[in-house]
Design a protein around this ligand. Sequence first.
Ligand code: PHE
Length: 339
Amino acid sequence: MKEKLAQIREQAISALKGASDLRTLEDAKVKFLGKKGELTAVLRGMGALTPEERPVIGQLANEVRNAVEELYANTKTALSENAKAAKLQSEKIDVTMPGARRNIAKRHPLSQVLREVSDIFLGMGFEIAEGPDIELDYYNFEALNIPKNHPARDTQDTFYITDNILLRTQTSPVQVRVMEKKKPPIKIIAPGMVFRSDAVDATHSPVFHQIEGLVVDKGVTMGDLKGTLETFVKKLYGEDVRVRFRPHHFPFTEPSAEVDISCFVCGGKGCSVCKGEGWIEILGAGMVHPKVLSGCGIDPDEYSGFAFGVGLERIVMRKFGIDDLRLFYENDIRFLKQF
Ligand code: PHE
């Protein structure tokens, strides 16, 4: 019996010591200390011993069990710590590694330049106004001195919703809406979408954007209009750009003008972008027609004003050298990424 216990002790110790992971350790424990384990079997067999032998063997068996249990507990702690250390090692984060690059969104070139234009005018004391895309015939035409059957209506192929309701063909109706509500001094720009039933090509789109400008006060002159627009153009394109006013006609301004800038590609010599002219048209403008003022309840004998309408796509194309309007609306990431 003593020999048997000594043998169990030897075997148990070597099995526990040899365990390289928690599972093998647990198996070894069960093998010796478990209900069906070898040491347990010995203890069960104690009944067959003589009363003299019993306490001696009992004590010995307890010693063996304590020794094995202690070794088991120590080994378990050691193995658990090793396992934890290995896990920490394998899950270690290298904080010096470069992070995953995020794709940062970019502002659309139209929005970028609109912001720039807005900033320029805000800097000159303008406020920003808005009007609806779906507009009444009255605001888009009638109040702008374009009565029914006026030839100017033909030049703007209008999307009508009903006889009276249409998609605005210009941002000029915002002039009227502002003047109806606010008395001078008025100094606003009104950016927005406009719609014309045009076929799509490199320079035409049924949807595009304009930036309307309106200044009404006592003693506003054509000189103010020229100074304002020249300042705007030079801030947008640089001091070198030259500005030219050409007589034109709009029913809601008198006198009216179209404004050209010297070609940004050839500087005025003539090239394919300006079609050999050296100049590029970017906006329409003029002194607000007295009929438009009085229609909004503003006395044209007391007040005068100027207005202008800039084509946003145009000025963005000029700014970045973009030769096809359609690129703005296709949202091709390869195009958008460049700005
Ligand atoms: N609304 C005109 C257009 O679309 C531009 C314009 C605005 C002209 C303001 C004069 C004054 O062509």
